[in-house]
Design a protein around this ligand. Structure first.
Ligand SMILES: [Zn+2]
Length: 248
């Protein structure tokens, strides 16, 4: 956002945000051709009036067993060139960017890591979930050629739809990748349809709004590059969307 001021004095009283805090310009100091010294004070942080918390599911990472009994860890989709996988990317994003941003905004949060399969994860999430909570599930899309951003919600959840819409808008605004829209998850119509509805029981069985972020295609080198460059901004966009959702 750009503001133009004729007189530097017009800046007095203007508020701006930096690292999750709001500052107010209280005075103008020295003005040279290149620089202007601003006096600022920290404005009281926005009080978040919310009884809920954000439960975070970092997609994948659980241990699975093959039909022959071999155990392996599921890291989700992988970028062939850089070998970055979905779980590792999201885990870094959540721990180093999202959680500090949530904390700075005073939004309670908790990461629920999966140990095994989805059924266990849903049980763990429901154990933690208070009635006002929301669950954000962080994934990345995979496809050979596709690019873009999508956000998913359970088809009958009005709250999920609202939250998904706010998050999708924020993600697209930051990444500037194709807007693939918000999408529903529902019960598959038949076996062939079940691939389109992957993970649908997570959406159905969690007792609070469950929204899944597929911010970009990790299999697409350009998408991944954009994601890597925008981690900090993405975290801010997700937190802004949550704040909007809380305001109602
Ligand atoms: Zn995934």
């Amino acid at each position: 956002m750009e503001h133009r001021y004729k007189d530097p004095k017009e800046l007095i009283g203007v508020e701006f945000e930096e690292l999750g805090n709001t500052y107010k310009i209280t005075g103008i100091g020295e003005i040279t051709e290149e620089f202007m010294t601003l006096f600022t004070e920290k404005v009281k942080e926005e009080i978040i009036n919310w009884n809920g918390k954000v439960l975070i599911d970092v997609g994948h990472g659980g241990t699975k067993t093959t039909s022959s009994g071999k155990k392996y860890r599921d890291y989700g989709a992988v970028n062939e060139k850089s070998k970055v996988d979905e779980f590792t990317w999201n885990h870094d994003f959540v721990m180093r960017y999202l959680i500090p941003e949530l904390n700075a905004s005073g939004i309670a949060n908790k990461v629920v890591l999966r140990s095994t399969n989805i059924t266990k994860l849903v049980t763990d999430l429901n154990k933690e979930a208070g009635k006002d909570d929301i669950i954000l599930s962080f994934h990345l899309n995979s496809d050979i050629k596709a690019s873009g951003t999508e956000t998913l919600y359970w088809h009958t959840s009005e709250k999920g739809k609202k939250l998904a819409g706010l998050i999708q808008k924020g993600l697209v605004g930051v990444l500037g990748l194709p807007d693939r829209g918000i999408k529903i998850r529902r019960k598959p119509l038949d076996n062939a349809d079940s691939l389109n509805q992957r993970g649908w029981t997570m959406f159905k069985d969690t007792k609070v709004p469950f929204v899944m972020l597929e911010s970009f295609f990790i299999t697409n080198d350009e998408d991944l590059k954009r994601g890597n460059e925008k981690k900090a901004e993405l975290a801010k966009a997700v937190v802004s969307a949550i704040k909007e959702y809380i305001k109602g």
